[in-house]
Design a protein around this ligand. Structure first.
Ligand SMILES: Cc1cc2nc3c(=O)[nH]c(=O)nc-3n(C[C@H](O)[C@H](O)[C@H](O)COP(=O)(O)OP(=O)(O)OC[C@H]3O[C@@H](n4cnc5c(N)ncnc54)[C@H](O)[C@@H]3O)c2cc1C
Length: 436
């Protein structure tokens, strides 16, 4: 017997679980199909040697859409905000990062004129309406906004920190500036890692009757009879769904759509990538060094454990070193690993003696879509041209990326399906009304 579901959600990451939680308030039957052994996608946290390692550095924007939607769903978010103070590094020189008020006025990175310019650019940034930047790349906006090279670099650093995008000549200023403004509102590092979000979403969905099938991959998807979609799973089982919400990447979606017209725009989407070195130490050789970024080198370092419980032993330190990849660059695994380790050597000399556990991922997708000018025109709705197929995920939101994009697009897809069902119900009701 082919199983029939009202809704099948492909992917058990943030977008999939958000959609499931909103849809679980209806009486539609819902199945999540996840190819991984562990649910959570890129928001998962691995417990390694009693340390909780997120998949690279994860910070939740306090002013972002994800936080407010998660709170609307009753998800508890425990953790603290890291301080904005830290250092910027170039050519073995260290400068106080002018991101917090004290450092803004004391850093040796800027001379008097540059300091005044940087303060006024920050104020301008906070008062900029990102909607007005829809036709500009980040680079064009930076050139219009900053005069000195130092202030230009500071804007690029803030852009990388807020979005992980390292291609100012390509990306849409609208999306990046909106995220930079969000980042200025502060972030949270979460106790227990981001898996705590997934676990709560999973438990709530399961209690409301949502079923999860994992590890199971969806191999194929195609329109079937009676307005249903047929999905072929990795064990060759076939299931039918009235609605499918696909939360995989755009290229994976196109691959699933065999014998169906593939979406040309999806095939052109480029992801945002980076390399991450996730490390837990018994102690920090230099406990005062908690945050650093490269000025020209696209490097990041942050110790998350002072602000979030990420180890069973509170004395341990959990930190992340990260390299932002340019989409056109090729990356040699050994060279990138060396680069990240050398950056950490500079900040925490002798760290290797204190390693509890470590993990290096050379080329991970951070966001499935590098946000380009005009993308939002093609992503206005979750509904696709294929009847019954909806999209969600960090690439599928017109205005947001990262967790904000994943979470808001999951909610959007659910809302569109609920609206569609309500319309059908009211049309059926009207049809049943007696004519007078
Ligand atoms: C290193 C790193 C750092 C990050 N830092 C931040 C940050 O600081 N702040 C922030 O907001 N965001 C951050 N993010 C981004 C954030 O983690 C993602 O945007 C978000 O988790 C994406 O959720 P999603 O549901 O869209 O996709 P995913 O989490 O990728 O979920 C999709 C799921 O679909 C499954 N799947 C794929 N194909 C199939 C198939 N054929 N059949 C069945 N299942 C399938 C996958 O296994 C996956 O579980 C970071 C990401 C990374 C990698």
């Amino acid at each position: 017997m082919t199983q029939k579901w009202d809704i099948v959600i492909v992917g058990g990451g943030l977008a999939g679980y958000i959609a499931a939680n909103y849809l679980s308030k209806t009486n539609l039957s819902i199945l999540i199909v996840e190819k991984g052994k562990q649910v959570g996608g890129r928001a998962r946290t691995n417990k390694m040697d009693q340390q909780y390692l997120n998949l690279g550095p994860h910070a939740l924007y306090k002013k972002g859409k994800a936080k407010s939607i998660l709170e609307e769903l009753g998800i508890n978010l425990h953790g603290k905000s890291p301080k904005l103070s830290g250092i910027l590094m170039e050519d073995n020189m260290e400068y106080a990062a002018p991101l917090a008020p004290f450092e803004l006025f004391t850093t040796s990175l800027l001379n008097g004129k540059e300091r005044i310019e940087w303060v006024s650019v920050l104020l301008k940034l906070m008062n900029t309406d990102p909607e007005k930047l829809a036709e500009l790349t980040l680079q064009q906006w930076v050139k219009q906004t900053a005069h000195s090279k130092k202030v230009e670099s500071l804007l690029y650093i803030l852009g990388r920190l807020a979005t992980y995008c390292h291609a100012p000549e390509m990306v849409s200023a609208k999306v990046i500036v909106a995220n930079m403004k969000n980042a200025m509102g502060g972030v949270l590092y979460l106790d227990g890692g981001w898996q705590t979000i997934i676990d709560q979403l999973h438990n709530k969905a399961s209690l409301s009757g949502v079923e999860v099938k994992s590890p199971t991959l969806v191999k194929q998807m195609k329109p079937a009879q009676q307005d249903h979609l047929k999905l072929v799973l990795s064990n060759d089982e076939e299931i039918l769904a009235k609605y499918v919400i696909c939360t995989t990447g755009p290229h994976e979606l196109n691959e699933m759509l065999v014998e169906t017209e593939q979406n040309h725009f999806f095939s052109k989407i480029t992801p945002v990538r980076g390399a991450t070195l996730d490390v837990a130490l018994t102690k920090l050789p230099n406990p005062k060094r908690l945050f650093a970024m490269g000025i020209t080198d696209p490097l990041y370092y942050s110790v998350h454990s002072p602000y979030a419980r990420l180890s069973d032993d509170p004395k341990n330190a959990v930190l992340h070193v990260f390299k932002y990849h340019h989409p056109n660059d090729t990356h040699d695994r050994a060279i990138v690993k060396n680069e990240l380790e050398e950056f950490l050597d500079q900040l925490q000399p002798g760290w290797q003696q204190y390693v509890i556990t470590r993990r290096f991922i050379p080329n991970i997708i951070v966001n499935q879509r590098l946000p380009l000018i005009g993308d939002e025109q093609k992503l206005q709705r979750s509904k696709t041209e294929i009847p019954g197929l909806y999209i969600a995920g960090d690439w599928a939101s017109p205005h947001s990326i990262l967790a904000d994009g994943a979470v808001s697009s999951g909610k959007q897809a659910a809302a569109e399906i609920i609206l569609n069902e309500e319309r059908k119900d009211s049309a059926n009701y009207e049809r049943r009304l007696p004519t007078i």
